[in-house]
Design a protein around this ligand. Structure first.
Ligand code: GRG
Length: 296
């Protein structure tokens, strides 16, 4: 099956699972379900849950064992986007081709919808542990990886550095560190959580971690390039926002050509690590090319 076809197949599986997990309810707090569903079902590439399922598949395991963890990661990612778009953070009007959550539901509800998605992510993982106690320790480990990646040592930590360094000079090391946390952590977590669920060996974990770090970095460099030159119609959000917010990006630090060069080098390193694994890695290899060539 061609990569695009396979990607879309995973995308449909993830979208169906997410829709099933989050039902609207007719209770006095019903508006929060609408706000949560609005952002969760607004589209999105679903890269993180697809990575989770694809790693499981590469190990020859049934992807369904990883579904609650894959969906939890997407909920955490969506919460982070809702909060990142708030006036107190990046103050964006568009996301995933639609008005941002706070533009539709108001700031207070957007904060709550983000919090609720974060809570729900953990509820889903715990429900899975209670429902099926097989491999319980692996499931707990996967949930720990996801918690750690979303928190102060991961995504939130990166966001703190981002906010505190606006309008300030940053060293290259700090920019890379910030991105490895803010974006990288939630790209590494799906790969490692899936590997743990599949009982990967230590050497397999090591190569997958190196692969995930490289695709996380490549994803961020590409994101910076797209923010610089992307098209609103394709991307579903305004470009040039980093510059407007005085943010240091790979493009502002290196210039467009050098940023592209680093992107290609990082992608080839990701391919080197994945090739060390003795499993069906075709999709994970092609995913590297997708990250480099994506237009949104
Ligand atoms: C507010 C706690 C908190 C954290 C925010 C992830 C993040 C931290 C902010 C998002 C800002 C941003 C544009 C980061 C760059 C990389 C990134 C995460 C892009 C968005 O992810 P995609 O492209 O989005 O996977 P879709 O919509 O496809 O899911």
């Amino acid at each position: 099956m061609e990569f695009k076809e396979k990607y879309n197949q995973w995308l449909n599986i993830v979208n169906a699972a997410l829709e099933n997990m989050l039902e609207e309810k007719d209770n006095p707090q019903k508006n929060i379900y609408r706000a949560m569903k609005y952002s969760l079902e607004a589209g999105g590439k679903r890269l993180r849950p697809i990575l989770t399922l694809a790693v499981c598949d590469s190990f020859g395991q049934d992807y369904k064992i990883a579904m609650p963890y894959a969906c939890a990661i997407e909920m955490i990612h969506t919460y982070s986007l809702i909060h990142d778009d708030l006036p107190a953070m990046d103050n964006d009007d568009y996301r995933r081709g639609k008005l941002t959550n706070h533009k539709v539901f108001g700031e207070a509800m957007a904060i709550l919808a983000g919090n609720a998605l974060l809570n729900y992510a953990f509820e889903i993982m715990h429900q899975d542990m209670l429902k099926n106690k097989e491999f319980l320790e692996r499931k707990i480990k996967a949930a720990c990886i996801i918690s750690n990646a979303s928190g102060v040592s991961g995504m939130i930590g990166g966001q703190v550095i981002d906010i505190e360094s606006q309008n300030k000079e940053m060293t290259l090391e700090l920019v890379e560190y910030m991105h490895s946390k803010k974006t990288g952590a939630l790209i590494k977590a799906p790969v490692l959580a899936a590997a743990v669920l599949c009982d990967a060996r230590t050497d397999e974990m090591k190569y997958l971690e190196q692969y995930a770090e490289k695709i996380g970095l490549a994803f961020q460099i590409k994101d910076d390039i797209l923010d610089f030159e992307g098209d609103f119609k394709v991307m579903g959000k305004l470009s040039g926002n980093d510059a407007a917010n005085n943010k240091q990006t790979f493009v502002t630090l290196y210039g467009l050509d050098k940023a592209r060069e680093i992107l290609y080098k990082t992608a080839s390193e990701a391919l080197k690590y994945i090739s060390k694994l003795n499993f069906e890695s075709h999709f994970l290899e092609e995913l590297v090319d997708y990250i480099v060539t994506r237009d949104k």
